[in-house]
Design a protein around this ligand. Structure first.
Ligand code: GDG
Length: 466
């Protein structure tokens, strides 16, 4: 292989930021690093709605050797592609919530059409030896569309969310089409071995595929590589944030608010996959079963609103508000409010300070691809006085963070017991557990994740002109 790195073309629903480290999450950090190193294009939806939609003129913002290119969607495309198929069908289903998944063929059609349009708009930007990396459940069909439109080079796909078991995935009316479309990629990457196995099992059981050596699967004439690449964070960068003036100011504010009470913190988009209701019930059970905590702990949940146009999300908000009123009404005293929820977001530096003020971080999703909050919490801790991570067994992060207190988020008793243990954990044990988790978080960063995926994709031979 020649020394020069091939140009990278990344596709994701939303793009950027490329440079603003204060705003960038794990995906943006990893990708912008790789894009800067290789040069390339980052292509996605502008977030804008216009009458032209996917036919709109592309907006390009260029920073050094990287261009961020975006196009609009029409209102109909937003409704069918984004809210409809991606977030009413795929998101709940892939998070094992068949009860919440809605299927309708109109939004399936719009989803495919948007994938086809994105491929068509991308094609003229591509060079034969580009390496294309498509992200997440919004674009399952994009690779196959690129192939149909004649692209022969390397195309990889990464799924940021779980892949549910085949018995469940088969409920999706267009499930077979989705998996067949995934076979057009050279490499499909997953957060955990469980997700990867679920995908392979679907190929074997439902499509008559054959499992080959080296994490490959053959279906008909197609061979695809399916590998696990757990996503990481910019650990050094986040640890630096945690000692920035803005972080310290927020750390002090939270500590001031808590007084000499121990602080429990949760940070999640307001999404039913994050187990927020179950978590609050666990906190209520703590106060019920371990009364010594009454007046001695408080719980701050940061939960910025997300997808609030969808019924399931509006309902979750109502449930949380009423449960939080119930818990506070039941236990509050004149000088103590046990639970506080905030739906406005913070900057990343401020968040780092909030994590640092916490004695316990509750990360208890019912199902989560990875969960970067768990890793950010670890990176933000003070080595002299680290907090304790209580982590769901159903978060992808569990595979790397086994030194957290692992809980079943559906079990109110289990969450309450783990909270009690975390709140009374001696300093030495906290430090020991934190050191092990720190090693994991700093050992598998966003950049490492990105380069591991790209190296694997590049190692798969393609017959394209150099
Ligand atoms: C998907 C998968 C996978 C939260 N509140 C604020 C804020 N956040 C940031 C966190 C964290 C990010 O949002 C959330 O990331 P998660 O990984 O926890 O969850 P999803 O958004 O569901 O992400 C997930 C991820 O993709 C990456 O592959 O791990 O499993 O579901 O970075 O810090 N950021 C700011 N203010 C807030 O108030 N600035």
């Amino acid at each position: 292989m020649s020394g020069a790195k091939r140009r990278l073309v990344a596709v994701s629903n939303r793009v950027g930021p490329l440079t603003d480290e204060g705003k960038a999450g794990g995906l943006a950090v990893g990708l912008s690093d790789a894009l800067r190193r290789r040069g390339g294009v980052w292509f996605g939806w502008s977030g804008e709605v216009s009458a032209e939609g996917t036919d709109s003129e592309a907006r390009t913002e260029t920073v050094g050797n990287v261009s961020m290119v975006t196009i609009d969607l029409t209102q109909e495309e937003v409704d069918g592609f984004y809210y409809g198929y991606a977030n009413r069908s795929l998101w709940p289903l892939l998070h094992y919530r068949l009860d919440l998944a809605q299927f309708d063929r109109a939004s399936d059609r719009v989803y495919r059409a948007v994938n086809q349009r994105f491929a068509a708009r991308l094609m003229p930007m591509l060079r034969d030896d580009d390496i294309i990396w498509v992200h997440d459940y919004h674009f399952f069909h994009l690779g196959s569309e690129l192939r149909q439109q004649g692209f022969k080079g390397s195309v990889g796909f990464y799924l940021h969310i779980p892949f549910c078991p085949p018995e469940m995935f088969s409920a999706l009316p267009s499930g077979v089409d989705i998996v067949k479309a995934m076979l057009a990629y050279d490499l499909v990457g997953f957060q955990t071995d469980t997700d990867r196995r679920n995908f392979i099992q679907f190929c074997v059981r439902e499509l008559g595929g054959e499992k080959l050596k080296g994490h490959r699967v053959r279906v008909g004439g197609r061979v695809v590589s399916a590998r696990t690449f757990p996503i990481g964070i910019d650990a050094e960068g986040f640890a630096r944030f945690a000692v920035s003036p803005e972080a310290s100011e927020h750390e002090e504010m939270v500590r001031g608010m808590a007084g000499d009470r121990l602080q429990i913190v949760g940070v999640d988009r307001m999404d039913y996959s994050k187990g927020l209701v179950e978590r609050l019930l666990g906190f209520e059970r703590l106060l019920e079963d371990y009364p010594e905590n009454r007046g001695a702990v408080q719980f701050l949940q940061v939960a910025p609103l997300s997808r609030s146009e969808l019924d399931a999300y509006a309902e979750l908000r109502r449930d949380l508000e009423s449960l939080s009123g119930h818990v506070n009404g039941r236990f509050a005293t004149l000088d103590w409010t046990p639970f506080q929820i905030m739906t406005t977001g913070f900057t990343r530096r401020a968040l780092a300070g909030i994590y640092r003020a916490a004695r316990v971080c509750l990360v208890t999703p019912l199902r989560d691809g990875m969960n970067l909050v768990a890793k950010e919490f670890v990176a933000a801790q003070d080595p002299q006085d680290p907090g304790v991570l209580v982590l769901s067994r159903f978060a992808g992060a569990r595979a790397e963070l086994s030194e957290a207190l692992i809980v079943n988020p559906y079990s109110t008793d289990d969450v309450a017991r783990a909270l009690q243990r975390a709140l009374s954990m001696p300093l030495e044990e906290r430090q020991e557990r934190w050191r092990a988790m720190r090693a994991a978080v700093f050992g598998n960063t966003a950049s490492y994740w990105c380069e591991a995926f790209l190296a694997e994709l590049e190692s798969i031979p393609k017959d394209v002109p150099a």
